[in-house]
Design a protein around this ligand. Structure first.
Ligand SMILES: Cc1cc2nc3c(=O)[nH]c(=O)nc-3n(C[C@H](O)[C@H](O)[C@H](O)COP(=O)(O)OP(=O)(O)OC[C@H]3O[C@@H](n4cnc5c(N)ncnc54)[C@H](O)[C@@H]3O)c2cc1C
Length: 411
């Protein structure tokens, strides 16, 4: 029996701007290019556009934040992200959303769509693409990108893009295929080889905003415990970062916003072969002396040490400590400096974002390649990642906007 495999046809579909990936960066790039009159096609390998958007912010889509400083973007050159942000910032993004009918809700500085439903952001982008005639072609995977004219002298040609269904010929291309985080939503680094072939360096990609796995299997006894603590990240004996907030113990890992925020540095350090520890202050609101006084008074009142501990920490933690330590000073030291050795992360499947990506030193401020003219990048595929709080979507929208604007300039 003959194979039914679909083969690319020889017929080339032409457009001015071709975008690979219909995530937030790709759709924004398509919108900003089409608003300036470009004829745009977006290729998306998944069956629907913007699949990841639905999962963001626990389905609520935290797309930006009221607070910005130079620490919210990370990468080899975080300033690149911040400089771009200044050209399309939170106010510009909120204005853009309002224009599309998405009113914003501010929850402690974190910005969501007013109805707190991610689908309204995905739909708004999709409707705007439709209104502008942006042709989004789903269930189609870009496999290869070549320069149409191999004119090394003035680099003047367009591009040929081969997908598993068609061959496209375009004047400009914007690669917005995401990083490697959460591959079920479509981003898995499948274009890395092609990008390297085009002459671009890809900085090592690691999971970021990801739970961290601990070495000591006895900590699985604490699975399910949530506690508010101060967490210090210690790399090769030196305090590197600290965060406060709720952490969650799971069977073989710790999660929670403070852990996610610091995970990038922990994962990078483990890749380098460093020793990584988390030091938890489980009773951050009391100093050592106050805590000692409190425990001694409670014991004097004939509370057992387990009951006394249970007044300041979760019962499972109290039991874990009582089973191991009897001396009060040791016990206080344990509560204030609970050391957890970290041996890994929970991988790209559980990560919200990717650290690393296309080296931004090879990219102009308009997101254009410095190596090949008319080739642009946008979003998580670049070596910029943000902390929790809406900064990754802001980056996707900012870089998508700038790439689309620049790609639509007629040459
Ligand atoms: C669970 C979860 C929650 C999150 N919550 C938030 C949040 O609340 N706030 C926030 O700021 N950030 C959040 N993020 C991060 C944020 O979603 C991403 O940083 C952002 O979506 C990146 O946008 P992007 O367009 O660059 O890439 P993506 O959204 O990954 O989109 C890339 C697209 O390219 C497509 N693609 C890839 N390769 C090909 C190919 N060869 N051919 C055709 N198409 C291709 C993919 O299918 C995908 O649709 C979250 C992430 C996850 C996983």
């Amino acid at each position: 029996m003959q194979s039914q495999e679909y083969r690319p046809t020889d017929k080339r579909i032409k457009c001015e701007v071709l975008v690979v990936g219909a995530g937030p960066a790709g759709m924004m790039a398509g919108i900003s290019a089409a608003r300036r009159g470009s004829n745009v096609i977006i290729i998306e390998q998944k069956d629907i556009p913007g699949k990841k958007i639905y999962a963001t912010g626990n389905g609520r889509c935290n797309f930006t934040n009221q607070y910005y400083d130079s620490r919210v973007f990370r990468g080899e050159d975080p300033q690149f992200g911040y400089d771009a942000y200044k050209r399309f910032d939170k106010d510009a993004l909120m204005g853009f959303m309002r224009e599309l009918g998405v009113t914003c809700r501010d929850i402690n500085g974190y910005i969501y769509p007013y109805n707190e439903q991610a689908r309204s952001v995905a739909n708004a982008l999709l409707y705007e693409c439709k209104r502008l005639g942006v042709d989004i072609r789903c269930s189609q995977k870009a496999l290869d990108i070549t320069q149409e004219k191999d004119n090394k002298i003035n680099n003047d040609g367009g591009f040929l893009v081969t997908t598993d269904k068609e061959v496209y010929s375009c004047e400009k291309i914007i690669i917005a295929a995401g990083g490697k985080a959460s591959p079920t939503h479509g981003s898995d680094g499948n274009l890395n080889k092609v990008i390297r072939k085009l002459g671009h360096e890809i900085i090592l990609q690691d999971p970021a905003l990801v739970p961290l796995r601990f070495a000591d299997s006895s900590l699985s006894l604490l699975a399910g415990v949530r506690c508010k603590c101060r967490t210090v990240l210690v790399i090769d004996g030196s305090e590197t970062d600290n965060e406060s907030g709720e952490i969650i113990f799971n069977n073989d890992n710790i999660s929670g916003i403070p852990i996610m925020q610091m995970s990038r540095y922990a994962v990078r350090a483990l890749s380098r072969g460093s020793k990584v520890w988390l030091e938890l202050d489980l009773v951050p609101d009391m100093g050592d002396a106050d805590l000692k006084g409190f425990l001694e008074t409670s014991v004097e009142k004939r509370l057992g040490i387990f009951e006394a501990l249970g007044l300041v920490v979760n019962d499972k933690i109290a039991k874990y400590i009582c089973d191991r330590i009897k001396d009060t000073d040791e016990l206080i030291h344990f509560l204030k400096h609970f050391k957890v050795e970290i041996i890994g992360d929970c991988g790209f499947n559980k990560a919200q974002v990717t650290a690393g990506g296309v080296n931004v030193s090879q990219i102009t401020k308009d997101m254009e390649s410095k190596i090949i003219r008319r080739l642009f990048f946008a979003g998580e595929i670049l070596d910029i990642d943000g902390t929790c709080g809406g900064y990754n979507l802001q980056w996707a929208f900012t870089s998508g906007y700038l790439a689309g604007m620049a790609a639509s300039v007629k040459q």
